[in-house]
Each structure stands twice: as structure tokens, then as C-alpha cells.
Design a protein around this ligand. Structure first.
Ligand code: HEC
Length: 197
């Protein structure tokens, strides 16, 4: 019998709470002192943008290349090391490129500059620049907000090398098929070795 009677009582308490007394007091935004005009709604929106930026950086693969040792450490890298650029070279017909230090890039660009830059970004391989060009403005804004919040850190990544120059290790090498070479699937059909590409 006892448990049965508890529900109406809980219901009454719930009704009383929704009326007025138990309504939570508005939470003061953490940065209210810094910007007196910002209200709680602005703070929530800003936190959401920050969290979204972190998500995009994590899921969009930026760390895979721009954070040193990210893949080797299974993604277990503290955020203060994120996106500080990598000494791992990507060597191919385009020369050798290095994933840049985005902490420094973004520290030097305000939001409007970053949005204009990334909407039109054209780099050498293996940066998937088409991914940034296709990304919604909201997502690119979130990346800027998040990376800015980490602050500038580290040194610039090594400068790119021109085609034909062998980089010092470590580097990945892309071996493109020679012009006119048979296509991999034809070789496979003939029972030959399938090249990596
Ligand atoms: C597969 C590896 C790879 C991934 C994934 C990748 N990048 Fe890059 N990124 C590079 C390389 C390599 C360069 C240097 C290209 C060059 O020198 O032309 C570069 C260059 C850039 C540049 C231009 C250089 C600069 O600092 O201004 C930007 C901006 C950039 N990446 C942003 C991003 C963002 C944001 C992400 C995630 C959404 C990302 N990249 C994902 C490898 C990668």
C-alpha cells in the first residue's frame, strides 16, 4: 500500500515546483565580467559553438595530420598539443608538404579572415582542401572559435619542399603510376601484382 501512496505526493510536489518556487535561478555566464553585454543565452551559444568546433576538429580528421603523433597515440593526445603542426612529410609528385601549425595560423586570422580564407582554400596534397571549401560556414566558424580558445602554441611546421627533392625522414611517399602504365584492375584481372595506388 505504501508505495502506491507516494506517487500522488510526488506529483503534487512536481506541480508546486513547476509553478514558481523550484525554478532554478539563472546561471551567471562565466565571462559576464569580461563582457557585461553578454547574457546567459549568449554564453550558452558560445559554449555550444566551442564544443561543436572541438567535435569537428576531432571527427573531421584535422588532428590526424595536423597534430604530431595523433594516430600513433591512438588519439590520446592532450588538447594543448592539438594542431601544432607535424614534422611528418607527405612526399609525391607535388614535392613534400607538411601539415601546418593551425594554432599559429588561426591566432593570426580573425574570424572573418578565417571564413574568407577557408571558403576558398587551395593547397597542395594531401590536405583535403575540398573538405574545408565544402564545409558549412557555421562549422568553419566553430573550428576558429575552438582553435582560438586553445591559444597560439608550438613552432611552424617545416617548409614544403619542391618536386624532385627527397625529404629527410620521417615521410610518407606516394608512388604514382608511370604515364601509360596499365591500370591496377587490369593487372589484377591478369593475376599480376596490384600496386598500392
Ligand atoms: C590527410 C592529412 C590532412 C588532413 C586530414 C587535414 N589536413 Fe590541413 N593540411 C595538410 C597538409 C599536408 C597541409 C599543407 C599543404 C601545403 O603545404 O600546401 C595542410 C594545410 C592546411 C591549411 C593551409 C595552411 C595554413 O595553416 O593556413 C589549412 C587552413 C588546413 N590545412 C586546415 C585543416 C583543417 C581545419 C582540417 C580538418 C577539417 C585539416 N586541415 C585536415 C594535411 C591535412
Amino acid at each position: 500500500m505504501r508505495p502506491r501512496n507516494r506517487f500522488p505526493l510526488l506529483f503534487v510536489v512536481f506541480l508546486a515546483c513547476t509553478a514558481t518556487a523550484c525554478r532554478p535561478a539563472p546561471v551567471a555566464p562565466a565571462d559576464a565580467a569580461a563582457s557585461p553585454a553578454a547574457g546567459p543565452a549568449d554564453s550558452v551559444a558560445s559554449d555550444a559553438l566551442l564544443a561543436h568546433g572541438e567535435y569537428i576538429v576531432r571527427i573531421g580528421g584535422c588532428n590526424d595530420c595536423h597534430t604530431p603523433g595523433y594516430a600513433q597515440r591512438g588519439g590520446d593526445v592532450p588538447k594543448d598539443e592539438w594542431l601544432t603542426g607535424s614534422p611528418l612529410g607527405y612526399h609525391g609528385p607535388w614535392g613534400t608538404t607538411y601539415a601546418s601549425n593551425l594554432r599559429l595560423t588561426i591566432a593570426n586570422l580573425d574570424e572573418a579572415q578565417w571564413l574568407a580564407y577557408t571558403a576558398n582554400l587551395h593547397t597542395r596534397p594531401i590536405m583535403p582542401d575540398f573538405m574545408l571549401r565544402a564545409m558549412r560556414e557555421h562549422d568553419r566558424r566553430a573550428i576558429h572559435r575552438f582553435v582560438r580558445s586553445l591559444g597560439a602554441a608550438g613552432r611552424p611546421a617545416p617548409a614544403a619542399l619542391p618536386p624532385g627533392q627527397l625529404p629527410p625522414p620521417p615521410y610518407f611517399e606516394l608512388v604514382a603510376p608511370a604515364p601509360g602504365a596499365p591500370r591496377p584492375e587490369r593487372q589484377q584481372a591478369a593475376g599480376g601484382q596490384v600496386p598500392v595506388l
